[in-house]
Design a protein around this ligand. Sequence first.
Ligand code: DOR
Ligand code: ZN
Length: 348
Amino acid sequence: MAIQELTIRTPDDWHLHLRDDALLQETVPATSRCFERAIIMPNLTPPVTTAAKAEAYRQRILAAIPAGQRFEPLMTLYLTDQTSAQDIADAKVAGVVAAKLYPAGATTNSSAAVNSLERLDPVFAALAEAGMPLLVHGEVTDAEIDIFDREKVFIDRHLSRIVAEHPQLKVVFEHITTADAVEFVQQGPERLAATLTPQHLLMNRNDLLVGGIRPHNYCLPILKRATHQQALLDAVASGSSKFFLGTDSAPHSQSSKESSCGCAGCYSAWSALELYAQIFDNLGVLDKLEAFASEHGANFYGLPLNESRLTLVRESWTVPERIQLPQGESMVPFYAGREVQWKLKQPS
Ligand code: DOR
Ligand code: ZN
């Protein structure tokens, strides 16, 4: 008989957008319900470019943790053309754990980010020196490059060089979407790893475009063809420690998604862990979920494993169609209105 309950070490989310201010009241509990730590993306407006800004943001996140819950935000620095080696050293002292590289214009709130990757070599050297991973949004932004090819071109033009020229630098290739990225990570050194999102494992570009445009499945990097999705599934099913959980849960209001120029991002925090369980179950590798969700990432970052445990049960439930925010806005969560086969067991 199929396994009905699965108890695992409490997971961490190695790629998460919480946003700021009032929205933290929604996003922090939605993640802390099942993740003990998370890597907090710094693409706020204005972005988190200094140690002081990271610490102030961390305090705002801590203030939104529900009573009785444990959650540790792991802060990151947003790289710009002006970031210096000293900024990295200061961030290290302040407890910032990593730096995020967005090519300017690649995605939400990235206009202030990096225009010239070549100029960042001293910053990469400082990260390597500090033992801080470089987290990469791996897409070129050149207008002439097709949106479906942008990840592969980024590997060829930039990421292969960065990894080769900085032999001590840890690199996380974030939210990978292609067979090319899987192969690049598999063949690279131990210090190169990748995060995988629920949407890129569960869906392909048909889920975005067939039968009408589905704005709630629009994220960046964009969903790719089914052969790439299969390569991502094979990667997680392999059990390789180079691949770990990063939801890229990214809240946007319903009105900004359902628009003539809709925002990129899937707000998956309400169902992400359960959907990963479903994905691993469907692959017949439920036994590999715990390492993917709760061990590989911490080991890569050099952090201790969580001591606590949580339990998932095989029980069908439906993701809500809509989440009402106190400010009057609503959000449509990822997988809205659809059934999920696994459920988080509430502590009794
Ligand atoms: O779809 C995305 N949304 N991709 C990103 O890289 C950023 C994120 C966001 O911040 O909304
Ligand atoms: Zn992201």
